[in-house]
Design a protein around this ligand. Structure first.
Ligand SMILES: NC(=O)c1ccc[n+]([C@@H]2O[C@H](COP(=O)([O-])OP(=O)(O)OC[C@H]3O[C@@H](n4cnc5c(N)ncnc54)[C@H](O)[C@@H]3O)[C@@H](O)[C@H]2O)c1
Length: 343
């Protein structure tokens, strides 16, 4: 089978990382086209990859006959138009989260894909491909712990850029815990409240940090998330699942524990999401490439979170933003999945 020819749109932080992984670590695929709003950026990337071209217009890159599939790593507000172009040209696409930035356009993307009767869109919620999350899911599905009851999550960053505001904590950080909750429990989230305790003095003026999100699922399960993005420490993502017959924890950073004189012990914590989830991104892209390669026979060009998962996450985050503003629990407003055949 010949290599899948991929167009990577947006070669910033994530896009450049995906280009490097496809070029050096993924089998069965190569980067054939790159595009970026800043044309020189794309040209610089293309020069370093044999057989790769830069195309100035993102929609031309999607439509190009030498492109079999697309990785969208452009900013969220551009996703809707680029996703619809992928659907129009029947090109499988791995879209970095978010699917789109508002509920209506996310739903429109879900509807348009469903009308085609095939799955072309995968959303980049990479934690589902992390060994620890996959292990936790397998443990839960195996039934040994009985039914899950409660999920405690911690999401900490050492620092965030100056433009990062309180709403971004919900849309960019909490969104991953939203997907983890739906992945582990297999249920929709029905309500969300966000509590803002005393703010860390190190946080920029106006940024509520930490924030505590409290979510409830359709089956009545409780999820709480500490979101703290100015810890000054490292990148920490921990999850504890409490179930009927026991509990389980992941993200404990217990890789190598060193003991040394004079009577100390300890290890290291990953500095950023790239190190913590690097292998998960590799697995995500490899499985997506394999699914696209076999999609001609199955009609399914994805192996992971779908457009519906992207829509659901956007809907929960939208309610989360309202909850941040009101301080009250807010019901998540979502359409019934059964009302969209094929979604
Ligand atoms: N899965 C994850 O863990 C994760 C982590 C970080 C970012 N992301 C997501 O990845 C996407 C990109 O984020 P980033 O951090 O790489 O941003 P970034 O700003 O570093 O890169 C975005 C790139 O897209 C380019 N661009 C802007 N508008 C464009 C357009 N219309 N067409 C083509 N290129 C355009 C910019 O010039 C820039 O080079 C976002 O959707 C973000 O939410 C996901």
């Amino acid at each position: 089978m010949s290599d899948l020819r991929i167009a990577v749109l947006g070669v910033g932080l994530m896009g450049a990382d995906h280009v490097a992984r496809i070029t050096s670590r993924i089998s069965g695929a190569r980067v054939a086209v790159v595009n970026d709003y800043v044309a020189e950026k794309a040209e610089q990337v293309a020069v370093g990859i044999p057989g790769c071209r830069a195309i100035a217009d993102p929609l031309d890159a999607i439509a190009d006959p030498d492109v079999d599939a697309v990785v969208l790593a452009t900013p969220g507000p551009t996703h809707e138009k680029q996703l619809l172009a992928c659907l129009e040209h029947r090109k499988p696409v791995l879209c970095e989260k978010p699917l789109t930035t508002d509920v209506d356009t996310s739903l429109e993307v879900v509807r348009r894909e469903a009308e085609l009767g095939t799955r072309l869109i995968q959303v980049g919620f990479m934690r589902r491909f992390d060994d620890e999350y996959a292990g936790l899911k397998a443990l839960l599905d195996g039934g040994e712990l009985g039914s899950p009851l409660v999920l405690h999550c911690v999401h900490r960053n050492p620092a965030v850029p100056d433009h990062f505001d309180s709403v971004m904590t919900v849309r960019d950080s909490l969104v991953h815990e939203v997907d983890v909750t739906r992945f582990l429990f297999g249920e929709e989230i029905t309500s969300i409240q966000i509590v803002t305790p005393t703010t860390n003095p190190a946080a920029r003026e106006g940024l509520f940090d930490p924030q505590i999100a409290i979510m409830r699922t359709a089956g009545g399960k409780h999820v709480d998330v500490e979101l703290f993005v100015t810890t000054g420490v490292a990148y920490e993502v921990r999850t504890e699942l409490v179930a009927e017959k026991g509990s389980a924890m992941i993200g404990l950073d217990v890789g190598l524990v060193r003991k040394s004189a004079p009577g100390t012990w300890g290890g290291t914590i990953t500095p950023s999401f790239k190190e913590r989830f690097g292998r998960a991104y590799d697995t995500e892209i490899q499985r997506w490439v394999d699914a696209v390669q076999s999609g001609g026979t199955t009609g399914i060009y994805t192996d992971g979170p779908t457009a519906w998962d992207g829509y659901a996450a956007t809907a929960v985050c939208e309610a989360g933003v309202q909850a941040l503003q009101s301080g009250q629990p807010v019901a998540v407003d979502m359409v019934d999945r059964a009302s969209i055949p094929g979604a």
